[in-house]
Design a protein around this ligand. Structure first.
Ligand code: PLP
Length: 287
């Protein structure tokens, strides 16, 4: 079955899904995006993702492409046409097509494209053995809380990780603190068992999975704190993991050359992963 994409009001075969060369997303990265997990045929945390999309648009003063009910119906139609049960929806909204000029165009019409694809989730072996991350300098701008399509530092970082045989690159600020991965949030469990993830400010994307995990941690009565942690603290942690819509909770067992804990996935991360999967199969889903 061929894939179908949504492009500015039309459902088109993926191979024919094109936008104008003067789309400001293409020329200026003047746009935002969202990724929603599809798990067993239902969306997970759909509404929080749409809330974050609205926020990103607002922060950049881009008009919403359509009403929320209309957007939700396009998402469903795209899933139906692509028959996705496990995968993701990618949506991107830009400040539209205009003659190339830096200031906002006079009457911009927000452009919206959406694709859906199957993805394979991390294997049982990956979860059990954990993954390696490398550390890199965080060279991004000061509004990492906005989910913009301007992802060049993230692209370069992820490529560096790949070339080092690692799953992810943790970005480290000038004070030695880990901000986040290139497409995931970063977590540790300290030697005395406290769960730690960086507080959400303008230096990180406030992951929807991160927020759900904090909610689940509270419910499970885990001891947790939102604060910065240094790369050194992470290397000495008992456990580490990353979170995102498509990686859920993926244990980290190596940071640069340091083995984390006993080199196997830790119980706090695995417990949260289980709790997240139950959430994704239950209250977190919207059919
Ligand atoms: N941090 C960055 C830089 C990301 O790009 C992402 C996801 O794409 C995340 C964190 C995790 O966010 P979420 O849990 O909403 O997928």
């Amino acid at each position: 079955m061929s894939r179908i994409a949504y492009v500015n009001g039309r459902y088109v075969p993926h191979a024919d899904a094109v936008v104008h060369i003067e789309d400001r997303g293409y020329q200026f990265a003047d746009g935002v995006y969202e990724v929603v997990l599809i798990h067993n045929g239902a969306m997970v945390d759909e509404l929080p993702h749409l809330d974050r999309l609205d926020r990103s648009l607002r922060e950049l003063r881009i008009a919403a492409p359509m009403t929320r009910p209309a957007l939700r119906s396009v998402m469903r139609e795209l899933l139906r046409r692509n028959r996705i049960r496990t995968g993701l929806i990618y949506m991107q909204a830009t400040r539209g097509v205009a003659r190339r000029d830096h200031p906002f165009p006079k009457n911009p019409v927000t452009a919206l494209v959406m694709t859906a694809k199957r993805v394979s989730l991390p294997s049982a072996a990956t979860v059990e053995n954990g993954v390696k991350v490398i550390s890199i300098r965080d060279i991004r701008w000061e509004r990492c809380d906005i989910k913009t399509v301007a992802l060049l530092p993230n692209v370069l970082g992820k490529q560096q990780a790949k070339e080092a045989g690692a799953y992810e690159a943790w970005q480290v600020d000038d004070n030695g603190y880990v901000t986040e991965g290139t497409s995931t949030n970063a977590w540790i469990v300290t030697k005395d068992g406290e769960l730690v993830t960086r507080n959400a400010n303008q230096s990180i994307l406030n992951g929807i999975t991160r927020l759900t995990l904090l909610k689940l941690a509270e419910r499970e009565k885990l001891r947790f704190v939102e604060r910065g942690f240094t790369l050194e603290e992470a290397k000495q942690a008992r456990e580490a993991f990353v979170s995102s819509a498509t990686s859920f909770v993926t244990p980290v067992t190596q940071i640069d050359d340091a083995v984390v804990g006993n080199g196997k996935a830790g119980s706090v991360g695995l417990g949260l992963r289980e709790a997240y999967l139950a959430y994704a199969a239950g209250e977190g889903r919207t059919p």
